[in-house]
Ligand binder design. Sequence first.
Ligand SMILES: [Zn+2]
Ligand SMILES: [Zn+2]
Length: 311
Amino acid sequence: MAGRESAPAGAGAARLTVFGRCSPFPGTNGHCPGYLLEADGVKVLVDCGPGTLARLAGVLKPGLGPATGRPPTTRPPTTESPFAGLDAVVISHLHADHFSEALSLRYAIAADIRGGFRRGLLPVHLPPGPAAERDILAYPKAFELRTIDEGTPLTLGPFSFGFRRTNHPVDCLAMRISAGRSTVVYTADTAWDDGLLAWAAGTAPAGQTSRPTAVPDVLLVEASLQDASAHLRDLGHLTAREAGRFARLCGARRSLLVHLYPEFDFEVSRREAVEGYHQAGGDAPGRSLAAAGPTPGAPPVIPTEGETFQW
Ligand SMILES: [Zn+2]
Ligand SMILES: [Zn+2]
């Protein structure tokens, strides 16, 4: 069961820290997508949008950066970057709100390698395109770019990643991430997609791009829009009401609303998502495939930036 906690990750524990809950720009209510996965000493950053690095620094090198709820520790003075111990980055898609701070991260990693604080390049796993955006991440002094696609699973230490293409204007990959018996699903950016829902719920029929698996312990579901801006769904995003419906039909034990437009009234987003969650119980055929999920979860919530969840 996921829950807020602040203790260091121990053996068998996996943690998710949410650095940004907004997009497509950092604004009044928060920053852009960036999520840290930790288990068995392995640290993987998922997405690296504006606002991610300062908060990531505070987690990886306590005592620096914004408060994260973790107790500060004393460390000897060094000139290594806070990111020297980062094991990998996985980027859902090459829209700037999901990768732009990787352009600064490369300088820190290059300096760590040059100073002897890091042995090898940082693996950055990303979709194959668009080519122009991918090309500006090619920085051989720091990054080793590795292509991900929906047909190929990825293992990073204790984490097993599965990917599925979303309903978005560019090549965007939702992620199903397992560590031990626990699973996090991240929708990345997407408009409504029944196939994506089935995949997220773990009910996609065998023979498709994923095998039946367990319902997620934690769902990170994008909720970019509100009812009043629902006409913008063609941009490839969900309304909060749809995100709530997705969370209910997915059956996740805990659902977090992310990628909210930073200038919206979040109470409106939260209320519409909760309404969508409760309305989903008797929804139309085709969206009932997971309605009777084995472990009904709770209505979605908006996380606090820097909040950590054990899963
Ligand atoms: Zn986005
Ligand atoms: Zn996008």
